[in-house]
Ligand binder design. Structure first.
Ligand code: SF4
Length: 212
């Protein structure tokens, strides 16, 4: 990232740390993905059960290996197993002590917006795990819900490619508005604010462009 984009990312991340705090979330500023990983790990107690949402940001943070090899009970959704068994891991993660994910978009007024294929990440962020840690690159910040949906449908073809779904956008590079089994756009979740569940949401704003 060039120095101007980095500076913009720093400004956006710092702004959102303050704005999201006002919306009832615990917030943290991370200069880069390494610092974000350290903050995330500091928030996960030894012995905790941990689930994760599918996320390029968590991969960039090298967090999955830490969870796999650390003193946690990790519900590892990345094992090479039949999808029926992966779905069982998704269900176990709904009752994990801690759920770690990113967000597809965060609005400047504090709404956390996510789109899922199976709905497991949307569900776990909404309810279940007692602690939710969200690592969010500055590139995920948008002005409002309309921009959030624009962003999500703009990046969804990349997610469809990543998870190798046979959706039409994989061939065209843009949303074709499909409603098929292979769609990665089946569930939309919006968290409006954190005031109902003070202490549950921990949002790490990363001063980098990271993740889709
Ligand atoms: S709705 Fe279908 S075509 Fe559009 S981005 Fe999602 S998976 Fe791709």
């Amino acid at each position: 990232m060039d120095k101007y984009r980095k500076r913009r990312a720093q400004l956006v991340a710092a702004e959102m740390v303050e704005k999201l705090k006002e919306k009832g979330y615990e917030t943290y500023y991370a200069e880069d993905v390494e610092e974000a990983r350290q903050i995330a790990l500091s928030l996960i107690p030894e012995g905790a059960s941990v689930g994760v949402g599918g996320s390029e940001t968590l991969n960039a943070m090298n967090l999955i290996e830490e969870l796999r090899n650390g003193p946690y009970h990790f519900f590892d959704r990345y094992q090479k197993l039949p999808f029926s068994e992966i779905e069982e891991i998704y269900r176990q993660a709904l009752n994990a002590d801690v759920f770690v994910s990113s967000c597809n978009a965060v609005t400047r007024d504090g709404r956390l917006v996510n789109m899922d294929s199976s709905g497991n990440r949307v569900a776990a962020i909404s309810y279940g795990p007692r602690k939710v840690i969200l690592a969010v690159g500055a590139n995920k910040v948008v002005n409002n819900l309309d921009e959030a949906m624009d962003r999500i449908y703009h990046i969804a073809p990349l997610n469809a490619m990543r998870v190798k779904h046979k959706a039409p956008c994989v061939e065209t590079g843009k949303c074709e508005g499909c409603q098929i089994h292979a769609s990665v756009c089946n569930s939309i979740g919006i968290i409006n604010h954190g005031h109902k569940t003070v202490g549950r949401f921990h949002i790490i704003m990363i001063a980098e462009e990271v993740g889709f």
